[in-house]
Design a protein around this ligand. Structure first.
Ligand code: NAD
Ligand code: UDP
Length: 335
């Protein structure tokens, strides 16, 4: 089976390409490398022993995407390509709507023209919005509080409408919780440009001495230690969830959402303490004010993924901390 992986050079996409290649799938990456580096396909090849085919393109560029489908017999698509920074999406909303919606619409039109009718889409726990309470279940109403989140809500709706009109189409909407960690080889991981927004890459850079200290955003939430709870899952577990989703798409049609998370809420301080303990490195931190828009508790009810996809996150918070640290140390050693 040949799988087109849009955004396959990115953080989650690259780990998924490794899992696909190791399972024997043919893999084609389509990425504009806007938020990823050109050496990622080599790293994927080094780990998996097999080389993905790579097209450098913008998924919203219809004629170029058309060429990819004309040159290859594509059985299914995993669609990671998208802009993902919540704060930035509030500053440049049109860019986010244009990129995330156009790329999805162009992809669907091109898939339709070539009779390709299986899609796995990167959605997010952010679609649960501010009103639902954790643990989230897939049938809760969706909404968003920022343009990034709205692109996910809108794309889910587009996929539901498209499936209603095309009974042969299968769209698996994977709602990721908080993927962290890295490939155990140290060759792939989360390596954002500039100062990281997300907790784990920030913690790793503080531990590596690249940033002076972590600011914990608020310790006055109604949680067990006052800091926010998130459902952190290892990126390799998440990557494996995409294989399960592809297998599901083989035998189901319609649009269906699945939470990919562990079901456990872990606090900011618990994650920082685990990182220090597992890796034997200090992570200096100070308590700061709350970050606007943060919810106290965000964690999944992963029952539907357990039952229908036969997928369960297996790796522990300690695994996530160890692999994130190994990745940043490997990066530093590479210069
Ligand atoms: P990433 O930025 O590392 O990867 C996305 C990749 O897509 C990058 O390589 C980027 O260059 C590429 N890209 C973006 N727009 C493109 C376009 N128009 N054409 C071609 N390539 C394009 O992000 P990630 O963390 O791997 O996330 C992958 C997907 O998962 C995104 O859609 C993101 O919104 C979603 N998601 C991520 C998280 C998370 O915490 N990382 C959580 C929930 C959902
Ligand atoms: N966080 C923090 N300091 C940071 C970055 C994040 O205290 O420098 C907290 C943040 O308030 C949230 C948790 O860590 O409670 C996870 O944040 P992240 O941005 O990684 O994920 P999200 O909030 O988008 O789920």
């Amino acid at each position: 089976m040949t799988i087109l992986v849009t955004g396959g050079a990115g953080y989650i996409g690259s780990h998924t390409c490794v899992e696909l290649l190791q399972k024997g799938y043919e893999v084609i990456i389509a990425d504009n490398f806007f938020n990823s580096s050109q050496d990622v396909p080599d790293r994927i090849a080094k780990i998996s022993g097999r080389r993905p085919k790579v097209y450098e393109l913008d998924v919203a560029d219809g004629p170029t995407l058309e060429r990819v489908f004309a040159e290859n017999s594509i059985d299914a698509v995993i669609h990671f390509a998208g802009l993902k920074a919540v704060g930035e999406s509030c500053q440049i909303p049109l860019r986010y709507y244009r990129n995330n919606l156009d790329s999805t619409l162009t992809l669907l039109e091109t898939m339709e023209a070539h009779g390709c009718n299986k899609l796995v889409f990167s959605s997010s726990a952010t679609v649960y919005g501010p009103k639902n309470e954790s643990p989230y279940t897939e049938d809760m109403p969706t909404s968003a509080t920022n343009p990034y989140g709205w692109t996910k809500v809108m794309i889910e709706q587009i996929l539901r409408d498209y499936c209603a009109a095309n009974k042969d189409f299968s769209a698996v909407l994977l709602r990721y919780f908080n993927p962290i960690g890295a490939h155990e080889s140290g060759l792939l991981g989360d390596d954002p440009n500039g100062i990281p927004n997300n907790l784990m890459p920030y913690v790793a850079r503080v531990a590596a001495g690249q940033l002076p200290k972590l600011t914990v955003f608020g310790d006055d939430y109604p949680t067990r230690d006052g800091t926010c709870l998130r459902d952190y899952l290892h990126v390799v577990d998440l990557a494996k969830g995409h294989i399960s989703a592809l297998e599901y798409a083989e035998s189901h049609t319609g649009a269906e959402a699945f939470n990919l998370g562990t079901g456990d809420g872990v606090s900011v301080l618990e994650l920082v303490n685990a990182f220090q303990k597992v890796n034997g490195v200090p992570v200096p931190y100070a308590i700061g004010g709350r970050r606007e828009g943060d919810l106290a508790e965000v964690y999944a009810d992963p029952t539907r993924a357990h039952e229908a996809l036969r997928w369960t996150a297996e790796k522990t918070v300690d695994d996530m901390c160890r692999d994130a640290w190994h990745f940043i140390c490997t990066r530093q050693a590479e210069g």
